[in-house]
Write a protein that binds this ligand. Structure first.
Ligand code: UT7
Length: 352
């Protein structure tokens, strides 16, 4: 059975830098509050009418494919993870395929959601496909354009200040070298908390998950006007919402737990980890996990200060940056871990 390894990696972030001071002009917030609670100093926003989730993903994918030393038409599966797709449907996978100019190969495109855990979920899918022998070179992309769908009034400040745009990509390929590449992945979910970090509207829920359907913008029209209603627009109900403290509390418990699971599955110890790359949700969460894992500062890669939380893109952006900075050597043990909306969470262990 072949093993799966990361043959190429790349990331792309828009040029447009938005500082905390810039956000102060739109909502009642301060640079001090944002830095103290999250560690974020600035984030990137895509250029309007030019950059989208699929175009950011395409730029990252081109870099990952070049880094892998293969041609785009050697890719035999695309997996695209995002919560901010260009279209509600079809997914970004087919747009990326077209933008890479490989639509003539007619390779399958798999779109996954899984929010902040999208990259780790995608990695576990790619790993299983490669091991099964079904595909040889899988392109896995995590990309987000949050800036187009956030509430820039004070009402949305607890969510809006956190998120940024960007993309990261990897080419995952088959190798006969065992004990190299993806050693283990573990993925989990608990739907009890689905609405605690969510974008409820627009959607086809019809209010059925709420005791009072009107709080989800439910409309009594005989047909239509349920997916998106005037009430949703008038009452500003079309933005993401987050119970920050609940997410924080669960994240700091689940990160160390799931990293422990991949270590156990591989017969390895915390002390074997050379580099930990956590989903960049909040610098305080990453610091908490670092402490729980007993790792030094130089064993952890954080870049939320520059990019904010880029959801499905945050792990591949951080990993690509660490690789570019020469922080990752062949043979190093890398742990990736994510937690977010769903709740979904997961971890991976990679021998570089
Ligand atoms: O990637 C997906 C996973 N997401 C996460 O992992 C996020 C986890 N949660 C967090 O990172 C934190 O909960 C936040 C950074 C979102 C919020 O920090 P917090 O320390 O939990 O603040 P809080 O929500 O308890 O709010 C404290 C105060 C409130 O004011 P009062 O009620 O004490 O007067 C908020 O209204 O801070 C206020 N506040 C703000 N003030 C200035 C909330 N957002 C802001 C803001 N600027 N942007």
């Amino acid at each position: 059975m072949p093993s799966a390894y990361i043959k190429g990696i790349g990331f792309y972030v828009p040029a447009n830098i938005v500082t905390n001071k810039d956000l102060e002009r739109h909502m009642d917030t301060t640079d001090e509050w944002i830095q103290e609670r999250t560690g974020i100093q600035e984030r990137r926003y895509g250029t309007r009418h030019q950059e989208t989730t699929s175009t950011l993903g395409t730029e990252a994918a081109k870099k990952a494919i070049a880094n892998a030393g293969i041609e785009p038409n050697e890719i035999d599966l695309i997996i695209f993870a995002t919560l901010s797709p260009d279209y509600y449907f079809p997914g970004c996978g087919v747009l990326l395929q077209r933008q890479l100019g490989i639509n003539k190969t007619e390779i399958p495109c798999l779109d996954i959601r899984n929010q902040c855990s999208g990259f780790v979920y995608g990695l576990s899918i790619a790993d299983a496909y490669i091991r099964s022998g079904m595909f040889k070179n899988i392109l896995l992309v995590g990309a987000e354009t949050h800036s187009m769908g956030l509430d820039f009034s004070t009402r949305g400040r607890n969510v809006t200040v956190i998120f940024g745009d960007g993309a990261g990509a990897v080419v995952i390929s088959a190798t006969d070298e065992h004990f190299r590449g993806i050693l283990a992945t573990k993925i989990h979910a608990n739907g009890e908390f689905a609405e605690e970090l969510a974008m409820i509207n627009p959607g086809s829920h019809g209010g059925v998950h709420a005791a009072d359907p009107s709080i989800y913008g439910y409309n009594e029209a005989e047909y239509g006007e349920t997916f998106i209603s005037q009430k949703m627009l008038d009452d500003g109900m079309i933005f993401p919402n987050m119970n920050g403290q609940l997410v924080f509390k669960n994240a700091v418990a689940k990160f160390p737990e799931v990293i422990g699971e991949v270590l156990q599955a591989s017969g390895l110890e915390k002390s074997d980890i050379d580099l930990l790359v956590c989903h960049q949700a909040n610098l305080r969460i990453s610091q908490f996990v670092q402490k729980a894992m007993g790792l030094r500062d130089d064993q952890v890669w954080n870049n939320i200060q520059k990019y904010g939380n880029t959801t499905a893109a945050s792990i591949p952006i951080a990993l690509a940056e660490a690789v570019e900075a020469g922080k990752v050597k062949k043979g190093d043990l890398i742990s990736l871990a994510a937690f977010g909306s769903g709740f979904t969470w997961g971890a991976a262990l990679i021998r570089w």
